[in-house]
Design a protein around this ligand. Structure first.
Ligand SMILES: NC(=O)c1ccc[n+]([C@@H]2O[C@H](COP(=O)([O-])OP(=O)(O)OC[C@H]3O[C@@H](n4cnc5c(N)ncnc54)[C@H](OP(=O)(O)O)[C@@H]3O)[C@@H](O)[C@H]2O)c1
Length: 290
């Protein structure tokens, strides 16, 4: 049994709460900004009602063994307001977010030795009535360290595939390459089908090539064929599939564009690698932020 606090219970935080509920082993606290009436998580294997305690103010929480942060990347500062009490007995902090800057984002708030970046692949949405719908397998990848193995063990007995990997840097950059292309959907306001157009495909390949060049300079091992693999993945999606950048733009919400494309530009600039397409996508979408 572990005392686990989930900070940010949207789509991913909700899915994680459902997976932990299925282990029937942990004492889970849901840390949210507004009260949650209920949380039901529907997975391909069935539905689960989460019986965790819900807390809405950092002053009300008890110390935890693990804090799992599942806010959007731009909400790091707000998420960290929960840490002083949650981490009072030395909790480990797992950051389940997109991008490659989990450590940098939380460096001001928690020591590196207690921080665990997590990459998650899990198609999931949360509806306003509190239902979280997981549409496919949940796969999490972490560094192959004692901390990473402890985190993976929390999910034993659930359908999640939580896997320590020897080369986490490559896994994170692989996912960033995939995510970089999502900006094209947010820019065109069109779902996945738009990537089936030939010229759009060419743009996607060129955006991934920039990300591959920067990722390799940062130590990631990325195949020459990665762009084609990623384009094939987008083209295999239902044409009306909507990624989170597009969903956020359509809903007038803030987009995670800095963590997905801005980082490619910043890291590229630092290493003298030009990233004109990611720069353009970042600049145009940043200008659309509410
Ligand atoms: N959804 C997916 O399929 C998916 C897949 C892979 C990776 N990811 C990544 O996972 C991360 C989370 O994404 P998501 O889709 O779950 O986002 P989301 O649905 O927007 O959920 C984020 C939640 O964090 C909450 N939050 C923000 N600041 C908070 C604070 N200070 N205290 C407590 N709660 C706070 C928000 O609360 P409010 O409701 O009050 O705004 C919201 O419920 C992102 O980095 C995303 O890129 C998502």
């Amino acid at each position: 049994m572990a005392r686990i606090a989930i900070v940010g219970v949207g789509a991913i935080g909700g899915a994680i709460a459902g997976l932990l509920e299925m282990t029937e082993r942990h004492e889970v606290t849901l840390c949210t900004r507004r009260p949650m009436q209920q949380l039901t998580v529907t997975m391909p294997s069935g539905s689960v009602r989460v019986k965790a305690r819900n807390v809405t103010a950092p002053a009300e929480v008890e110390p935890a063994d693990w804090v799992i942060v599942a806010t959007k990347a731009y909400d790091a500062e707000g998420a960290a307001r929960w840490f002083p009490r949650l981490c009072a007995q030395g909790a480990q902090v797992a950051v389940v977010q997109n991008g490659v800057e989990h450590r940098e984002r939380f460096a001001p708030y928690v020591e590196q030795a207690r921080l665990l970046p997590v990459i998650i692949d899990c198609p999931v949405e949360r509806s306003p009535d509190g239902e979280v719908r997981v549409r496919g397998a949940a796969r999490m990848r972490v560094e192959d360290t004692p901390l990473g193995c402890d985190f993976a063990a929390l999910f034993a007995g659930s359908p999640a595939n939580a896997e320590p990997v020897a080369d986490f840097v490559s896994a994170a950059w692989w996912k960033l390459c995939l995510n970089s292309v999502g900006a094209l959907n947010a820019l065109t306001l069109k779902p996945a089908g738009v990537l089936r157009e030939e010229e759009m495909g060419r743009l996607a390949l060129a955006m991934v090539a920039e990300c591959v060049a920067v990722g390799r300079a940062e130590g990631a091992k990325l195949n020459d064929s990665l762009g084609e693999e990623i384009l094939a993945q987008y083209r295999a999606q239902p044409p009306d599939a909507v990624n989170s950048l597009l969903a956020d733009r359509l809903a007038g919400r803030r987009m995670e564009i800095d963590a997905r494309n801005g980082v490619i530009v910043r890291r590229g600039q630092k290493r003298g690698i030009p990233t004109p397409l990611n720069r353009m996508a970042f600049t145009l979408l940043e200008a659309q932020q509410p």
